[in-house]
Design a protein around this ligand. Sequence first.
Ligand SMILES: [Zn+2]
Length: 341
Amino acid sequence: MLERLQELEKEALAALEAVDAEDALQAWKVKYMGRSAALAEITSGLGELPKDERPAVGKRANQVKVTLEAAYNSRAQSLHAESLKRSLREQRLDVTLPGRPIVRGRIHPSNQILRQIIAIWAEMGFQVYRSRDVENDEYNFQLLNFPLHHPARDMQDTFFTTQPDILLRTHTSPGQIRVMRERAPEPIRVVLPGMCYRYEQITARSEIQFNQVEGLAVGERITFADLKGTLNAFARRMFGQDVGTRFRASYFPFTEPSAEMDIECFVCAGEGCTVCKYTGWLEILGCGMVHPIVLQNGGYAPERYTGFAFGMGPERIAMLKDGIDDIRYFWANDLRFLEQF
Ligand SMILES: [Zn+2]
């Protein structure tokens, strides 16, 4: 029996020498060290041996087991090290290869122009005041001097929700009332940027959603001269130091007097072209002195306080500046358009 153990050990160690892969190693383990291996049979059959042989055979069997275990562990280690070395050799990483380019996003053209406009007003001391997109009839119309059934409402048809009186704002002007009620009687210098919504037929010139930047200044002794000077300063920063401007009388329910501001066409310098429709002028914003009723609704006594307001469409300005001929491009998500900015 001792000889048999001797042979078994020799055979197992020789077989282990020949093992060269992880799965062959596992097969070896099952064959020589598993529950049905020859060694296990000898150990479990110890009881059937003559009494005087048992201690020597048991001791030897145990030695063989320990030897095989140690040999197995060291083989497993060296195999693992080899396979690691091989994979490092075969799957070599070339760190000098150029990387895959990361596609860079960019700021949407509407936001680019918005930021430009806001930056100019910020330099002139105007804060940004954010107001809600979802409004009620009172703030969107009534407090801005559009009484119920007033025909001026026809210019701003909007999206009503299923809740009575709750609608998507048609202009950023309801923010004027909100900021005034928040700050009265402190002086105000704010711009109110944001998205507006109108129930319109979508064409190259009109969309159902668009940005507006509204401005509001309220305080004592603010005059129409302040309005003109401030808006001229804005136009020079936005369109160039030499740009000419003009004001035309207009009508808005929430300002009195009201005006539209035009700038000299920067495409033809006033000569007349298709962009300015041969007038030499481009309309860029509406403005006026805040209507006394609106001041009052905001919490400012109109006999003491005055103010001016203006509103412009960033998309419209971007269209003029960059020669974009269709407003629908802004929200169409077409990369061919967006990647040009
Ligand atoms: Zn022109």
